[in-house]
Ligand binder design. Structure first.
Ligand code: SF4
Ligand code: SF4
Length: 81
C-alpha cells in the first residue's frame, strides 16, 4: 500500500539548497507533542525524537508545520543568507 508521507531521504523535491526564504524556528518549551507538524509536513522533514526535530537540508520553508501547530510552537522567520 502506498503512503502519502515522504521521508527526507526520498523527499518529494530533494534537498532544498539555498533558495529557502523562510525557516521554521522551534520553541521547544511550548511543545505538547501532538505531532501535527510531523503528520502534515509535506517533505517529511520533521523527525519524531523526544521532541520534533527539523531537518533543514530538506525543509522547504512552506510554513505548514507552523500553521498546523495548535500552540504556536513553530514560528516562521526570514532565512539568513
Ligand atoms: S516549513 Fe515545516 S512543513 Fe514546511 S517543509 Fe519545513 S518543516 Fe516541513
Ligand atoms: S505541532 Fe506543535 S505542539 Fe504539536 S508536536 Fe509539533 S511543534 Fe509540538
Amino acid at each position: 500500500m502506498k503512503t502519502t508521507i515522504s521521508y527526507p531521504e526520498k523527499a518529494a523535491m530533494g534537498k532544498t539548497g539555498s533558495w529557502r526564504v523562510f525557516r521554521p524556528l522551534f520553541h521547544e518549551d511550548k511543545c505538547i507533542k501532538c505531532w501535527r507538524c510531523w503528520i502534515f509536513c509535506p517533505e517529511g522533514a520533521i523527525s519524531r525524537n523526544e521532541l520534533p526535530s527539523i531537518n533543514y537540508d530538506f525543509c522547504k520553508g512552506c510554513g505548514v508545520c507552523a500553521n498546523e501547530c495548535p500552540v504556536n510552537t513553530i514560528e516562521m522567520g526570514r532565512e539568513e543568507k
